[in-house]
Design a protein around this ligand. Structure first.
Ligand code: ADP
Ligand code: MG
Length: 730
C-alpha cells in the first residue's frame, strides 16, 4: 500500500523507534514526522553553538573533537576519558567512564546530545549521546553545509529523526506523490510561495539558509490560512446567532452613576464609553478588549456599560481574579449606586437594582440567596470570582460579561461565563497588560481593541528607584526612613514580598506571578525569597517599630483578608506587608509608598501592576525596588528599566521580549496540536493579516471551500483537534 501523510509510523519505521516517537514526541503518522521541523541548523563552518548553551539545557550540538585524554580514576576502578570539543568561540568537555569509542579522535566531527552540566566552572556533558560524522550511510548528509537539529527526546535523538525523515523523503514516488498541496494554485503564485513538497524537502534538507527561509515562509502560510479560515467560518456562524441589543435609556442607573461620580470622566473614558454604548445598542454581540494603563480608570468605564445593560432590562456580570478585588469592586459599586443598588431593601430605591457578590467563601445560606437573586433577575449587577463560573449559577438574562484583568484568566473561563447567557451576551474584557493585535485577533477570537492611554489628571505619578541592597546597604535604611516620613505625613504604605513564609519552602503566592526565567542560574543556588511573615516581624521590631502594621496573604481566610483590606482602606492600618494579592486592582488612594522586597523575583509587568497601587490619588507615589541583584546584571538592568519608565505599554513589550510566546499565550493556546508550529502571532502580523484577507475572499462565495478540498480537510482537521478547542469557543 502506498505511503500517505496518514500512514502510521509503525508501518514505515522500526517498532522501537516508532514507539518512542509516539510516546515521547507525540509523532504518530508520516505527516506528523514530516511536520516535525528542525529547531535550527548547525554547520561545520560557524560554530557559535557551544558558547551559547546554558547549564541545565538539553541540547544537541555539532562539534569537532579537539583532544582526547584517558586516565585511570583515582578512587574507583575503571578509567575516565575527557574529550574536549569545540572551536574558537566555545568549547565543552565530554566525560565518559570506561570509554570505548575508538573512533572518537581529534578532528573528528560529531553530534553530541545531553543535558549540559557544570564542573568546576566549566560546561560539560557527562555521557552524552553521540553520533560521529565519519561514516558510511550518512556521508551525503554530513557533507551538506547545514545539519538539521531536531527537537529530540531521551530515546529519539536528533540524528535518528534525521534518518527517519530521510527515509520518507526518499520513498518511492518521492514527496510529490506523498503530499497533496492544499493551497490553491492562485494563492500560491500570487504570493510567490513554494509548492508544499518543495517546502517540506527544503525545511528538512536545505542547502542554504535561504532555502530554509523560503520553506518556512510557505509553511507558515498554510498555518495562517487554515487558522484564518477557521476564524472566518466562525465569524459567519456567529453572525447567524445574534445577541440582544441593550440600548441606552435615560433616567436610569447609568444617569445615577454619572451623577454620583466624584470626578469628571477623562476624554479617553468618554470616548471609549461612547464606543461601548453604541455597540451595546446592536444585536451583534460586542466583543471588545479594553486595555488601559494601570490606574487609567477602567472600572468606571465598565460600570457605565453595566448600568446601561441593566437599564435595558438585562443583567451584567463582572468577573474578577481575586476575592480581594471582587469585594473591592462590590464595595465601590454599591457605594456609588447608593439606594439605587439596594432595590428590595428597606431604604432601597425600587427603581434601582441589586448588587450581588458571589465568591467561593460565601457560606451555604448566603450563596443560596445570592444565586437565587441572580437566577430571578433581581440582581442586575453580579460581581464575583471563579465561583461565578460554577454550575448552578444561572442568570435570568445575562446581557454583558465583563472580565477584569483578563491576563489572569484563560479563554475557557471567559467562555464559561459567556455560555450562561440565553443568547450570546456582549463581552468586555479589561487588561493593563497589552495584548498584540494578532493575538487578540486569533487566540481571543476577534476582539476589537479600545485603549485608555491617559491617566486621570491630578495624579501625582509614581517615581521609582532600584535599591541595590548588596552594593548600597545604606539605601535600604534610607528606604525605611522614607516610608516613615510618608506615614508621618498621614500617608500609607505597602511592603511586598514574594513569599508568605512560616512553612518551609512554600511556593510563591501564585503560579502566574512567577518571575521570568532566571538569568543567574538554577534557582536552587539562591536563598529562598523573602517572606511576608518574616519581614513583617523584622520591621515591627526594627525599622518600622511603633507603626500600625498588618499582613495580607493568600493563606488567610477570605473574611480575614476582607477585614484587613477594610482596615487598611479606612486608614487604621498604616503599613500593609503583603504578597502579590495586592497586585491587581487594589485601590487605596491614600497609599503612596510601596517597597518591593526581592524585586528581582517579580516579572516586569507584575512590578508595574504592583506599583500601580500607589499612584492612585493626588499625592505623588514612591516605589522602591529592593534587590540583591548586581546593578550590572541582566536582572539589575531589567529592574532599572522598570524604574526608568512608567509607560506600561513599553514595559509590556519588554516583558514580551523576555518571555517566550508560549507563556504569553498560555500553554494550551499554542503548540503543535493546534496546528501552529512555525507561525508566530507576535512576529508574523503582516502575514496573518494577508492570510485573513485571502481567507475572507475564499469564503465569500456560496461554494465556500467546495473547490478546495485540501484546504477544507485541513480546516476540518483543526476543528476536530481537541486541543484546538479554544478556537472553537473563542
Ligand atoms: P484601573 O484602570 O487600573 O482598573 P481603576 O478603575 O481602579 O483603574 O481607577 C483608579 C482610580 O482612579 C480609582 O480610584 C478611580 O476611582 C479613579 N478614577 C477613575 N476615573 C477617574 C477620573 N476620570 N478622574 C479621577 N479619578 C478617576
Ligand atoms: Mg482595575
Amino acid at each position: 500500500m502506498a505511503v500517505t501523510m496518514g500512514t502510521p509510523l509503525t508501518r514505515v519505521l522500526g517498532p522501537k523507534t516508532a514507539g518512542s516517537m509516539a510516546d515521547q514526541l507525540g509523532l504518530h503518522t508520516v505527516g506528523d514526522l514530516l511536520r516535525h521541523y528542525p529547531r535550527r541548523y548547525a554547520s561545520r563552518g560557524e560554530q557559535a553553538d557551544l558558547a551559547d548553551v546554558q547549564v541545565g539545557d538539553r541540547v544537541t550540538v555539532l562539534a569537532q573533537v579537539r583532544s582526547v585524554t584517558t586516565r585511570p580514576m583515582r578512587n574507583r576502578r575503571g578509567s575516565l576519558t575527557e574529550v574536549v570539543v569545540g572551536d574558537g568561540s566555545g568549547r565543552m568537555k565530554l566525560v565518559f567512564f570506561n570509554h570505548r569509542h575508538a573512533q572518537l579522535k581529534p578532528n573528528a566531527w560529531g553530534m553530541f546530545a545531553g543535558t549540559v552540566g557544570e564542573w568546576r566552572g566549566e560546561k560539560q556533558f557527562a555521557h552524552p549521546d553521540m553520533h560521529l560524522l565519519e561514516g558510511t550511510d550518512d556521508e551525503d548528509d554530513w557533507a551538506r553545509a547545514l545539519v538539521p537539529i531536531y527537537p529530540a527526546s531521551k530515546d529519539v535523538s536528533s540524528w535518528v529523526i534525521q534518518k527517519s525523515v530521510k527515509l520518507l523523503l526518499g520513498a518511492s514516488g518521492g514527496l510529490e506523490e506523498l503530499v497533496q498541496d492544499p493551497l490553491p494554485e492562485k494563492i500560491r503564485t500570487r504570493h510567490g510561495l513554494l509548492p508544499l513538497a518543495g517546502a517540506l524537502l527544503d525545511i528538512h534538507r536545505p542547502t542554504t539558509l535561504d532555502d530554509v527561509e523560503r520553506a518556512v515562509g510557505r509553511l507558515k502560510w498554510d498555518e495562517a490560512l487554515v487558522l484564518q479560515l477557521t476564524l472566518a467560518a466562525r465569524r459567519r456562524a456567529a453572525a447567524l446567532e445574534p445577541g440582544i441589543a441593550r440600548p441606552r435609556r435615560s433616567g436610569g442607573l447609568l444617569d445615577a452613576v454619572d451623577a454620583a461620580l466624584p470626578f469628571a470622566l477623562t476624554e479617553g473614558q468618554r470616548e471609549v464609553g461612547e464606543e461601548l454604548a453604541a455597540e451595546l445598542d446592536r444585536d451583534q454581540p460586542m466583543h471588545r478588549l479594553l486595555q488601559g494603563e494601570v490606574g487609567s480608570g477602567k472600572t468606571v468605564v465598565a460600570l457605565r456599560a453595566m448600568a446601561q445593560v441593566v437599564d435595558a432590562g438585562g443583567q451584567a456580570a463582572l468577573l474578577a481574579p481575586t476575592e480581594v478585588l471582587a469585594a473591592q469592586h462590590a464595595r465601590g459599586i454599591r457605594e456609588l449606586l447608593g439606594t439605587l443598588g439596594r432595590a428590595g431593601e428597606l431604604d432601597g430605591d425600587p427603581a434601582g437594582t441589586r448588587v450581588v457578590l458571589l465568591t467561593g467563601s460565601l457560606k451555604a445560606a448566603a450563596r443560596r440567596q445570592a444565586r437565587a437573586e441572580v437566577a430571578d433577575g433581581s440582581a442586575g449587577i453580579v460581581i464575583g470570582t471563579h465561583a461565578l463560573l460554577q454550575e448552578g449559577v444561572e442568570f435570568a438574562d445575562l446581557g454583558l460579561v465583563v472580565v477584569d484583568e483578563q491576563h489572569r484568566f484563560g479563554v475557557e473561563q471567559r467562555d464559561a461565563l459567556r455560555a450562561k447567557g440565553n443568547r450570546p451576551p456582549h463581552v468586555l474584557v479589561m487588561t493593563a497588560t497589552p495584548i498584540p493585535r494578532t493575538v487578540a485577533m486569533t487566540v481571543y477570537g476577534d476582539l476589537e481593541i479600545s485603549t485608555l492611554r491617559q491617566l486621570p489628571s491630578g495624579r501625582g505619578g509614581v517615581s521609582s528607584s532600584v535599591v541595590p541592597a548588596v552594593e548600597k546597604p545604606g539605601w535600604v535604611d534610607r528606604a525605611w526612613e522614607r516610608l516613615r516620613e510618608e506615614v508621618g505625613a498621614g500617608r500609607q504604605a505597602y511592603v511586598v514580598c514574594p513569599r508568605i513564609g512560616d512553612v518551609a519552602g512554600d511556593e510563591p503566592e501564585d503560579a502566574d506571578g512567577a518571575p521570568p526565567e532566571d538569568e543567574e542560574g538554577p534557582r536552587s543556588d539562591r536563598r529562598p525569597p523573602l517572606a511576608v511573615l518574616d519581614v513583617a516581624e523584622l520591621l515591627r521590631s526594627g525599622p518600622l517599630a511603633g507603626l500600625r502594621l498588618d499582613v495580607l496573604h493568600g493563606r488567610m481566610t477570605p473574611e480575614e483578608k476582607d477585614a484587613t483590606m477594610r482596615a487598611f482602606a479606612a486608614g487604621e492600618t498604616q503599613v500593609l506587608v503583603a504578597t502579590t494579592v495586592v497586585e491587581v486592582g487594589v485601590d487605596v488612594p491614600n497609599a503612596t509608598v510601596m517597597v518591593v522586597m526581592d524585586a528581582d523575583r517579580f516579572g516586569v509587568s507584575q512590578l508595574h501592576q504592583l506599583r500601580g497601587r500607589v499612584a492612585r490619588g493626588r499625592h505623588p507615589g514612591l516605589c522602591l525596588l529592593v534587590t540583591e541583584a548586581p546593578t550590572s546584571s541582566p536582572t539589575g538592568q531589567r529592574l532599572a528599566a522598570v524604574a526608568a519608565t512608567s509607560d506600561g505599554f513599553e514595559l509590556a513589550r519588554l516583558d514580551l521580549e523576555t518571555r517566550r510566546e508560549g507563556d504569553v499565550l498560555g500553554a494550551a493556546q499554542s503548540g503543535r496540536r493546534s496546528g501552529i508550529r512555525l507561525l508566530s502571532l507576535l512576529e508574523d502580523e503582516e502575514l496573518i493579516a494577508t492570510a485573513r484577507t485571502e481567507a475572507t475572499a475564499l469564503l465569500a462565495t456560496d461554494r465556500g471551500l467546495a473547490d478546495h478540498p485540501g484546504l477544507a480537510a485541513e480546516v476540518a482537521a483543526l476543528a476536530t483537534d481537541e486541543r484546538a478547542d479554544y478556537l472553537e469557543k473563542a
